[in-house]
Design a binder for this molecule. Structure first.
Ligand code: DGY
Length: 310
């Protein structure tokens, strides 16, 4: 029998399978994440960990938890886990690819459309009683048909966004780690830029002041990847200066973004609280995959969804 610590109650009834297999399951009861010390102490009682993208699993944590055999991340992104330190200690790490591709691509497209057609601004006008009459020139937005979409990182989710863009007859440019359109060319040619790279040392601040300056003044930036891929301060400055026309973000740096953060005072910015995979079906499927990874890890078998360094 193994002991599994789960750092937040996940969606669905997938954890039941751990209990049925004879494992003891300890679920952190609060909505807020366990503080560092509590995470450490509860994990020290466990052989397996199911953690969230907000839990930092670094070398210090791993050093203090030599008993852990498997870590299963409730996310596809793995930037919260020191994969090298885990590998050195022989800890198997799993994640949840594929099942969240469509939900996240849908959200990227929802953000793109919302920013293009200025949904937050026009909905707010209605709520604030500023809908006085129909006007030929109020809340004019951007057309999608025929526009160019630049996809930075054409992995599973980037490709799923490209498939959606085909429905709008958009021209799609892609930059990948192995080639495609060079980033600077993509940035200067795109009407919309959508980010889909994992967060690694080489993608941190990929969209910095220099990159933003290469974009069209009419362009909109969409980020559903990870907040630190964009230099937040440079983005706020670019929005204030009109270097780009808008940004629609599901992820920010930091997360959560405090309500008084300067980015939220920038013009034409739409920020969501990291909800890319937030549908019941997707989140329950992520739970099932996390459980599959833990069951395999505790049985000493290869994980069905192993982490691979990006
Ligand atoms: C992930 O899985 O990495 C998403 O950001 C959250 O579901």
């Amino acid at each position: 029998m193994g002991r599994v610590f789960v750092t937040r109650r996940p969606v669905g009834d997938g954890l039941e399978r751990l209990v049925q297999a004879g494992h003891a399951v300890d679920v952190w009861p609060d909505l807020a994440p366990p503080p560092d010390q509590a995470l450490l102490e509860r994990a020290q009682q466990a052989d397996a960990l199911i953690c969230m993208l907000s839990d930092r699993i670094d070398a210090v944590f791993l050093e203090a938890n030599p008993q852990l055999t498997v870590i299963s991340n409730y996310a596809v992104g793995l930037d919260n886990i020191d994969l090298r330190a885990a590998a050195v200690r022989g800890v198997a790490v799993g994640h949840t690819p594929d099942v969240l591709t469509d939900a996240t691509a849908d959200l990227a497209f929802a953000l793109l459309l919302a920013a293009a057609r200025r949904l937050p601004q026009s909905a707010q006008a209605v709520l604030q009683g500023r809908w006085e009459t129909w006007q030929p020139d109020s809340f004019l937005g951007a057309d999608l048909v025929g526009a160019t979409l630049g996809i930075v990182g054409a992995g599973r989710i980037g490709e799923a966004v490209a498939r959606r863009a085909a429905g709008w007859s958009m021209r799609v440019l892609k930059t990948t780690s192995r080639g495609g359109t060079p980033l600077s060319e993509l940035l200067s040619a795109s009407d919309f830029v959508s980010l889909h790279v994992p967060l690694t040392p080489s993608t941190r601040d990929l969209i910095d002041a220099r990159a933003l300056a290469q974009m069209k003044p009419t362009a909109i930036l969409v980020n559903t990847a990870r907040g630190p891929v964009v230099d937040t301060q440079a983005l706020a400055q670019a929005l204030h200066a009109g270097t780009i026309a808008g940004a629609a973000l599901d992820v920010t740096d930091p997360e959560p973004l405090p309500p008084d953060h300067p980015l939220l005072r920038a013009p034409n910015v739409l920020v969501l609280p990291h909800v890319g995979s937030a549908t019941p079906r997707t989140r329950a499927a992520m739970t099932d995959i996390c459980v599959d990874n833990v069951l395999a890890g505790l049985a000493g078998e290869p994980l069905p969804y192993p982490a691979r360094a990006a």
